[in-house]
Design a protein around this ligand. Structure first.
Ligand code: HEM
Ligand SMILES: *[C@@H]1O[C@H](CO)[C@@H](O)[C@H](O)[C@H]1NC(C)=O
Ligand SMILES: CC(=O)N[C@H]1CO[C@H](CO)[C@@H](O)[C@@H]1O
Length: 486
């Protein structure tokens, strides 16, 4: 008890000290007056997503405002000009990431091990450049063809597995979708895939998905680190997931690869490229390789969850599903399976994925200023957390016609090509933009086109998805698959 009181006093003192120091800053962005200890966290609690709260607050304080979350000073930017300033023009001043304890737990005790959650460094530059060739394969490149082949092979297995499940009754399809995605990723990046019945594989795919959900959640402890003792079990669970994943990747993927690596031939895949780089670059160590591979293989959960989100869109909008089916029927003449190479001729299907991403408007991982800087005349000290409110970019009627409706056609030009407006940045932009976006588009397309070619999709009752989030919970809604009659 005494300890608690002392703790509170210390926190209060810190709070007053900090408040004074932030008040001393000239031209700091305006914002709500923080409460002791919790800052303005309570203002977020009243909304279904923090980004909804940010949008509401921006109507009061303007497009750039400050807010203290716990003891962390944050600035929220809400319009396209400001967002581009943070991500592109001044990208170098805002290239750090938040220092949440959870992020360290997920990556072997140091978030710098993670590509997405580390601060910027020369190492990060190197890691991004190795990843680019493989994880952002360009149309018509060797890698793109590999992605197409891997997709086609895996989808055959996936359909086979689906056919083992009952039709016309609600089934738990997410684990299958995730396993298909995981195999596409491991086959493409590591030339290895796993049986759907493999118990270790099943477990690791589940852990990856738990982590993906976890990263997409906000927790009070992120901003109130002194709550940590109450999260002890949670943190233990997180490090358990990630250490199991690490063992799997080492034991079932890397060991084999290393044994068969031929330094005199071109790399067979991403894993080879990483291992070869280890020999050449003194700044790269064994840990970095494992973590980088783990990060990228983990990308499959993002794809799987996006596929699930898109299934929700299709179930909620049967006329959209019908149009996708029409497109896939026409392109395949009902005589073969769709493949990645059909994508450029199936703009509507692609537009459905973009529209799903728009509606989900998943938040961009927060950035942190790595130096004292300024934004449109406001001073931003080093260490300020910057929230990019891309939720506003998706909801605002300044940017979209009928923003609340699901209209894939908004991404189609008059001549039927896919067009994305400049203000649509679901993968962010600039120095720390998403590296996996091309793989996302390729693999999600293949899975969705294949499912829709074979099945009508429905669900029992209404499906609820969390707003402002591209993740669905590890245990989520069920889907009814009915073989198409025509
Ligand atoms: C639905 C799918 C996905 C969405 C919506 C998405 C979106 C994003 C966003 C918004 C960022 C933050 C960029 C920034 O801070 O400016 C990001 C970063 C990143 N993404 Fe993705 N992503 C997806 C899938 C993937 C996949 C499949 C991979 C890997 C194959 C991947 C790899 C990365 C990496 C490595 C970063 C960190 C880059 C850095 O901080 O330097 N993402 N992603
Ligand atoms: C992470 O990397 C940055 C940039 O290199 C460095 O300043 C920081 O101290 C590192 N953090 C940890 C916890 O190692
Ligand atoms: C206009 C529009 O589509 N708004 C959506 C933006 O994203 C949030 C979060 O997912 C949705 O709730 C809105 O409907």
């Amino acid at each position: 008890m005494i300890a608690l009181v002392v703790l509170c006093l210390v926190l209060l003192v810190c709070w007053f000290r900090r408040k004074r120091s932030r008040n001393d800053i000239l031209n700091y962005p305006p914002g709500p007056k923080p409460w002791p200890i919790i800052g303005s966290l309570h203002l977020l609690g009243q909304h279904s997503s923090p980004f909804e709260a940010f949008t509401v607050l921006s109507r009061i304080y303007g497009n750039i405002f400050s807010i203290n979350l716990g003891s962390t000073p944050c600035v929220v930017v809400n319009n396209l000009d400001l967002i581009k300033e943070v991500l592109i023009t001044k990208g170098g001043d805002f290239d750090s990431r938040p220092d949440f304890i959870r992020f360290h737990m997920l990556f072997g005790g140091n978030r710098n091990n993670s590509l997405a959650l580390c601060d910027w460094s020369d190492l990060q530059k190197t890691r991004r450049s190795i990843a680019r060739t493989y994880c952002s394969p360009r149309f018509t490149s060797l890698q793109y063809d590999m992605v197409a082949n891997v997709g086609t092979d895996e989808i055959t297995t996936f359909l086979h597995e689906i056919q083992k499940l009952p039709v016309n009754t609600p089934i738990n399809i997410k684990p299958l979708v995730l396993k298909a995605c995981a195999n596409m990723f491991t086959q493409y990046m590591c030339s290895t895939s796993f049986s759907y019945d493999d118990e270790e594989f099943r477990k690791v795919v589940r852990y990856f998905d738990e982590i993906f959900w976890e990263i997409n959640q906000g927790y009070a402890v992120d901003f109130l680190p002194w709550l940590l003792p109450f999260y002890k079990n949670h943190m233990k669970k997180i490090s358990h997931w990630s250490s199991e994943i690490r063992q799997f990747i080492l034991g079932r993927i890397i060991d084999d690869h290393r044994a068969t690596l031929d330094y005199n031939s071109p790399p067979r895949d991403f894993t080879d490229a990483l291992l070869m780089h280890l020999e050449e670059d003194p700044n790269m160590n064994w840990q970095h390789i494992i973590f980088e591979l783990e990060d990228f293989i983990g990308g499959h959960s993002a794809v799987g969850n996006l596929v699930m989100m898109t299934l929700v869109s299709l179930i909620q909008h049967p006329h959209v599903a019908k149009r996708v089916q029409k497109e896939v029927d026409e392109i395949t003449a009902n005589s073969r399976a769709p493949s990645l190479l059909d994508k450029s001729m199936m703009p509507y299907t692609e537009a459905v994925i973009w529209e799903t991403l728009r509606k989900a408007s998943s938040p961009i991982v927060p950035h942190v200023s790595s130096t004292d800087t300024e934004l449109f005349g406001f001073n931003i000290p080093k260490g300020t957390m910057i929230f990019i409110n891309n939720y506003d970019l998706n909801v605002s009627s300044d940017y979209w016609e009928n923003p609340n409706e699901f209209i894939p056609e908004r991404f189609l030009s008059a001549s039927g090509n896919v067009v994305k407006p400049n203000h649509f940045i679901p993968f962010s932009t600039g120095k720390r933009t998403c590296i996996g976006q091309r793989l996302v588009q390729c693999f999600s397309f293949i899975i969705l086109a294949t499912l829709l070619q074979k099945y009508d999709l429905t669900a029992e009752g209404k499906i609820d998805v969390k707003p402002g989030c591209v993740a669905v919970p590890p245990d989520c809604f069920k889907v009814i698959l009915s073989p198409r009659s025509s």
